[in-house]
Write a protein that binds this ligand. Sequence first.
Ligand SMILES: NC(=O)c1ccc[n+]([C@@H]2O[C@H](COP(=O)([O-])OP(=O)(O)OC[C@H]3O[C@@H](n4cnc5c(N)ncnc54)[C@H](O)[C@@H]3O)[C@@H](O)[C@H]2O)c1
Length: 319
Amino acid sequence: MHLRKRVMVTGGAGFLGSFLCERLLEAGCDVFCVDNFYTGSKRNVLPLLDNPYFELHRHDITFPLYVEVDEIYNLACPASPIHYQVDPVQTTKTSVHGAINMLGLAKRLKARILQASTSEIYGDPSVHPQHESYWGNVNPIGPRACYDEGKRCAETLFFDYYRQHRLRIKVARIFNTYGPRMHPNDGRVVSNFILQALRGDPITIYGTGEQTRSFCYVDDLVEGLARFMEKTPDDFIGPVNLGNPREFTILELAEKVLELTGSSSRLVFKPLPMDDPKQRRPDISLAREALDWSPRVPLDEGLAQTIAYFEQLMREGCL
Ligand SMILES: NC(=O)c1ccc[n+]([C@@H]2O[C@H](COP(=O)([O-])OP(=O)(O)OC[C@H]3O[C@@H](n4cnc5c(N)ncnc54)[C@H](O)[C@@H]3O)[C@@H](O)[C@H]2O)c1
């Protein structure tokens, strides 16, 4: 009946979702993109709107949705602290009610469903690097809990639907990812530094800048998600860490951004926000083995693409 696989991407007009939609179209899928445009935008999927195999649907996944698809990627959820803390109740609802609605849909359709989970489920980890077997160290009542605990509960729901209803699930734990189409005001370190450097504003470092982060370029991450969904058998459900294990200190990142933008911005130091993890690095041995996947794009190359995107936004007066 359907020559093309029908794939739904929730949060498809967001940063990661828009790249995933593109990749799925290139692979010959019929893509149904669902988004309430809370942090995503039509601009992210503008070049796709002319494609007859792409449909954009405004919908909030905290409400049920009745469509016919073969696969679901559940990415809908604000991902940066600035955005998810504006309306923390809605953030939890998006993760929890959203997961219930999407799992219910997958159950009715017998569709395969992938959850975009997060390294935040590890909280402020006491184990380095983080392996999937680590249960995490999350403050359940702090300002980040709406996101961290929401995502943890979504994982619980996915695994209970798997155990109780034999649903075909995949759970990916995504670590810090960056690239073009990141929201300019998301307060994340990469976009913050690039914008500050391009504007000649001081670069804000929280704490001493000795805390480390790993940064995965968006193309690598999307490749990992697609491989997990497409290339692994139904009994391989995860959770699987996807991210770049190469660690950089925040100071190193600031220096790279200054070098690549040619900016003369100075560094300023501010106190660390509450519950900010001091170190986070994925153990991706499972992804390497099961998906034959590891990140390929070096930080300099990814940063150059991201800087070019923000420069373009500036030229167009969008910033
Ligand atoms: N980017 C990262 O570094 C990262 C890291 C870990 C996990 N993730 C996860 O990946 C997913 C995508 O993240 P992103 O970086 O692209 O963020 P994003 O904010 O750009 O994308 C999220 C999208 O979901 C949409 N959305 C939010 N609430 C919704 C709702 N109730 N109904 C429908 N749409 C809704 C937003 O409008 C946006 O388009 C998220 O689930 C996030 O938690 C991202």
